[in-house]
Design a protein around this ligand. Structure first.
Ligand code: 3H9
Length: 697
């Protein structure tokens, strides 16, 4: 027996208890232990077997750390089959999360009981694979095609109550998994229940699987795992069980060998790694109970909403009583959304909007908050005034945070007497929805202030990434470069619409011009004006069509027209006929002859620009590791998760090829295509960004 599975006899029942913290993943020892445990129970004269997990969960799935390495026997599908084939009654008792291979072990068992807080699911598609241990063959036999396809292609976690109603669970009972499992197994033995193998149940009727496959493929915007999982369910309906298992294995192995699997698993581990910073080891965050928010526009109201929803009390400071009331309106409307979706009760809504939220117009109201986040106009002069006042009123130890998207936090900190307490907390709009938080660490920011930034992020259910100070930090700095690359392609002959389409086909949630319309074209306009005022390098290509678009009042969605024209109630717009003439005029004024771009070239250039700037961001220490960039782009910029992030993508397509493309393009525009020193170094040494991730783990 392996130590990962304990063996014990209680009367006629053999107990197999998993002990493989933290999540009882089904690694090699666990699989071995289960097979040995079943054999021992059979040899031992037991009449039933109970399988459960010690610690916080039943099996949370196959051990994903083993993925990509040669598989070792016993394979998980064989373990499930072995359990199911046992002549003994096998009961699984579930608590925590029975996910993926975990649920498949439970489905290989003859009966399933769970505690009410247990959750089950087949989340394999979320890491780029599909159920590979009988999930696509057993679940449809139990719950039918429609439910099985929903569960498998969404990867969602299902509460015990719903799983009981679906028929995935036989019973839900309060207690420990051991107690409820033993009682259930005994009851089954006492009542003379027969073993119940799902594989022996009839398969459901087939449906139009080609149509289902196409629908799922389209919904996945290029992700293949959910669509291949549909083919697995199809095999359940059309083939005998053993043949279906073989087909499932083939499909699973195809996904296992895919770049998408690598990308999604990279995303899984990276999003857990971003918060693990050596500098924060053993550093306790400061206490957080009350926060202040300065400025109640869309951003400030979103931040206040997120803080209220997390149980913090909020003081919202505005310039006038009317502005404060308008901020309250925005916060109430945000919270109203949560109320409508059933995430808040009416009583909670009222508590949050009356007791937990205070409106103020005087800085003195911030004298007792633990942390203040300013979300005022992006102007250094305005920010300095705000921080000078905060420094005067806030209690000692209070953290002063700026939500600026690109301004210098060191300069802001320098206008206070407590630069160690100053930090950047860069939220993304709408701040109560978007998952990313950039924690921007200035030169003098204290470690416990950084730790508090991360603690706040956790509390607000955000994914927080550490960033250093530079224009735009990690995300907006890289965005600015790949947007510039897109703008250059427009000057040279591509259209905004072709670029948006090529990039949504690549998997981005939206193309850069649709994003610009959403954010407001005036924002980019203001940045261009600021940069021109600061002085632009004469070698940089410039363009005027985007400014003209703004001068003509096209600010994007908020004015109904931008690159696209928007109709009321419709999120997607149609091309704005005013745009191409402005672009053509700009090209003519610069003496440029437009040429054709293929979609592939658009993606290649856009991605190369993104990777190159990202490499500069890592090389300069603005991002600590390549994975910090990847998570930033995944969570804040709609980068397709199944590609893992720009630097994982770069590793997979090959750094030498990307560098050599850039060197070619540099012949036309040597200023823009200056390769990042880090990229050149990695190519010269034959290393990858992932090697850097590992070195800094
Ligand atoms: C599968 O089963 C395929 C089969 O169908 C077929 C096979 C042939 N393996 O998230 P947390 C680690 S595919 C290895 O912070 P939480 C995680 O990295 C699998 N390690 O905790 C972290 O490590 P560290 C299908 C895993 O409470 C620690 O455990 N299953 C695995 O917020 C704690 O994790 C899934 O996709 C794993 N499977 O959430 C489930 N899972 O401390 C994936 C976790 O070093 N897992 N770790 O950073 C989850 O969704 C969440 O981790 C879970 C717990 C909900 C379980």
């Amino acid at each position: 027996m392996s130590e990962a599975i304990g063996y014990e006899r209680v009367g006629d029942i053999a107990i197999l208890a998993a002990n493989n913290p933290p999540v009882n993943a089904l690694g090699h020892d666990v699989r071995n232990g289960l097979v040995d445990g079943i054999a021992r129970a059979e040899a031992d004269g037991a009449k039933a077997v109970l399988i459960y997990g010690e610690g916080k969960t039943y099996f949370a799935g196959a051990d994903i750390r083993e993925f990509g390495k040669p598989p070792t026997q016993p394979f998980l599908p064989d373990v499930c089959t072995r359990i199911e084939a046992s002549p003994l009654i096998v009961v699984s008792a579930l608590h925590g999360t029975a996910l993926g291979g975990g649920l498949e072990i439970a489905l290989g068992s003859h009966f399933r009981i769970a505690v009410p807080t247990a959750r089950v699911g087949l989340p394999e598609v979320l890491i780029g694979v599909m159920p590979g241990a009988g999930g696509t063959q057993r679940l449809p036999r139990l719950v039918g095609v429609d439910v099985a396809v929903d569960v498998i292609t969404s990867g969602r976690q299902i509460g015990a109550k719903e799983a009981l109603a679906m028929g995935v669970l036989d019973r839900v009972v309060e207690g420990t998994p051991r107690e409820i499992g033993l009682a259930y197994a005994q009851e089954l033995l006492d009542s003379g229940a027969e073993r119940r193998a799902i594989s022996e149940m009839p398969a459901p009727e087939a449906v139009d699987f080609d149509a289902l496959y196409n629908m799922v493929l389209q919904k996945g915007r290029g992700q293949i795992a959910p669509a291949l999982a549909v083919r697995g369910v199809q095999a359940c309906c059309e083939l005998p069980f053993e043949e279906g298992m073989k087909r499932e294995r083939e499909l699973f192995m195809e996904l296992m060998a895919s770049d998408q699997r690598q990308g999604m698993i990279h995303a899984f581990f990276s999003e857990r790694a971003v918060g693990k910073l050596p500098e924060l080891k053993g550093v306790a965050p400061r206490n957080l109970n009350a926060v202040g928010v300065i400025g109640g526009g869309t951003m400030g109201a979103g931040i206040a909403t997120a803080a209220l929803l997390s149980g913090l009390s909020v003081v919202m400071l505005e310039m006038t009583a009317e502005a404060a009331e308008a901020a309250r309106g925005r916060i109430e409307s945000n919270l109203g959304g949560a109320l409508k979706r059933g995430k808040l009760s009416q009583a909670q809504f009222e508590d949050l909007t009356t007791k937990a939220l205070t409106l103020a117009t005087d800085y003195a109201a911030l004298d007792d908050v633990d942390l203040v986040i300013e979300a005022v106009f992006e102007d250094m002069g305005v920010k300095k005034q705000v921080f000078t006042q905060l420094d005067a009123v806030c209690k000692p130890g209070a953290i002063l945070a700026s939500n600026t998207s690109y301004l210098d936090i060191n300069e802001i900190a320098a206008c206070t007497k407590r630069p160690a307490d100053v930090i950047g907390l860069h939220f993304f709009s709408p701040a109560h929805v978007m998952k990313l938080l950039e924690v921007v660490v200035a030169d003098k920011t204290a470690a416990d202030v950084v730790a508090t930034g991360f603690a706040l992020g956790n509390r607000l259910k955000k994914t927080s990434v550490r960033a250093g100070v530079c224009d735009g930090f990690i995300g907006n700095r890289i965005l600015s470069t790949y947007r510039t690359c897109a703008d250059h392609m427009i000057l040279d002959g591509a259209t905004p619409y072709q670029i948006d389409k090529a990039l949504t086909d690549f998997g981005f949630a939206m193309g850069p011009y649709a994003v610009a319309d959403l954010a407001g074209l005036d924002i980019g306009w203001a940045v261009r004006k600021r940069k021109r005022a600061e002085g632009v390098d004469p070698r940089a290509r410039d363009f005027t069509y985007a400014d003209k678009l703004c001068e003509d009042g096209h600010f994007g969605q908020k004015t109904g027209t931008g690159y696209y024209v928007y109709q009321a109630g419709k999120r997607a717009g149609v091309p704005n006929p005013d745009v191409m003439p402005l672009i053509e005029a700009d090209r003519a004024a610069q003496g440029l002859t437009p040429r054709d771009f293929s979609d592939d070239e658009i993606v290649r250039r856009y991605m190369a620009a993104m990777v190159n700037e990202a490499a500069k961001v890592v090389g300069e220490g603005i991002a600590r590791r390549p994975l910090d960039v990847d998570v930033t782009l995944l969570y804040g910029y709609g980068f397709p998760r199944y590609r893992g992030g720009p630097l994982k993508w770069a590793d997979m397509v090959g750094l030498p090829g990307l560098l050599s493309d850039m060197q070619d393009w540099a012949k036309e525009d040597g200023y823009f295509w200056q390769p990042a020193p880090l990229l050149e170094e990695l190519v010269a040494e034959g290393r990858t960004f992932d090697d850097l991730n590992k070195e800094t783990a």
